[in-house]
Design a protein around this ligand. Structure first.
Ligand code: OGA
Ligand code: MN
Length: 282
């Protein structure tokens, strides 16, 4: 039997490159199921040499489930609201000179500031920075597993408050608007969540997490900062260095991610993204 897809896993077990599939074509149910299994197993997938347009990107993403829009309307694609565009290039192809979503430069997991945060995010990059602009991922399952048992027990019952407004302040972004605040009031999620498919426990936090529920604000901030320092040590991190025509996909339930800096005044960097809706974290 021929392989449905080729899987080249990272030696760390975190991240895999998938070959033998054209995401823009009709993918068989079996090959799709293999991709679905691979994202759950490896947490981050890279597909090289893909030639997607926004319609094909959407069609692929929609097979994983309903897609969500973005709270920040200005990043929505003008005709396809389920595609968001983050880039330093305007509609006329001119460099605007700054990175448009500063919140992506700090460690986060997508949309953890809503009750049902993102499941998978699928990104393609029509313009790739030659230097910097890498996407980094941290494996929050391994980071949890390496904590000592007493620390795991201490964290297990805690809930973190996730807050879009506060997250914008921390990442030095334009302040949230009244509409955005109304659409995304603070929510709380378990600090340690159980992956519904693998049953693995993972630290669930990132920049959208503002503090620990029922804790002193400063103590909660300090705990979250310490956990982030722990989880983003190099041994837990996969670095994606973009090549033209890459598609990158990740499981937000067990990873956090960020973009590394690049010269936004000179280098063009544009990503188009589609985000699959997730469940209530438990
Ligand atoms: C995102 C994001 C990372 C990137 O789309 O959610 O954080 O590399 N993007 O642009
Ligand atoms: Mn993100």
């Amino acid at each position: 039997m021929s392989e449905l897809i080729e899987i080249k896993a990272e030696t760390t077990g975190f991240g895999a490159e998938i070959g033998g599939v054209d995401l823009g074509s009709e993918i068989s149910d079996e090959a799709f199921a293999a991709i679905r299994a691979a994202i759950v197993k490896h947490k981050v997938l890279v597909f090289r040499e893909q030639h997607l347009d926004d319609d094909k990107h959407l069609a692929f993403a929609q097979r994983f489930g309903p897609l969500e829009g973005h709270i920040n309307r200005s990043s929505r694609h003008s005709d396809l609201p389920k595609i968001q565009i983050f880039g330093n290039v305007d509609g006329d192809g001119n460099i605007i000179g700054y990175h448009p979503e500063k919140g992506t430069l700090v460690w986060h997991t997508d949309k953890s500031y809503v009750a049902t945060p993102s499941l998978f995010t699928i990104l393609r990059s029509p313009a790739v920075a030659r230097q910097g602009g890498d996407t980094l991922f941290a494996d929050m399952v391994r980071a949890y597993e390496d904590l000592d048992a007493a620390e795991q027990t201490r964290l297990d019952g805690l809930r973190a408050v996730h807050d879009w407004k506060r997250s914008r302040e921390k990442s030095d972004e334009r302040a949230a608007t009244a509409d955005e605040i109304a659409a995304a009031p603070p929510v709380d999620h378990p600090l340690i969540r159980t992956h519904p498919e693998t049953k693995a426990r993972a630290i669930y936090m990132g920049n959208h997490a503002s503090h620990i529920l029922d804790w002193d604000q400063g103590d909660g901030e300090a705990l979250l900062a310490a956990l982030e320092r722990h989880a983003t040590q190099e041994k837990y991190v996969y670095r994606h260095q973009w090549r033209d025509n890459d598609v990158l996909m990740w499981d937000n339930r067990c990873t956090i991610h960020c973009v590394t800096g690049y010269d936004a005044a000179k280098e063009r960097r544009v990503v188009h993204r589609a985000v699959v809706q997730g469940d209530v974290p438990v």
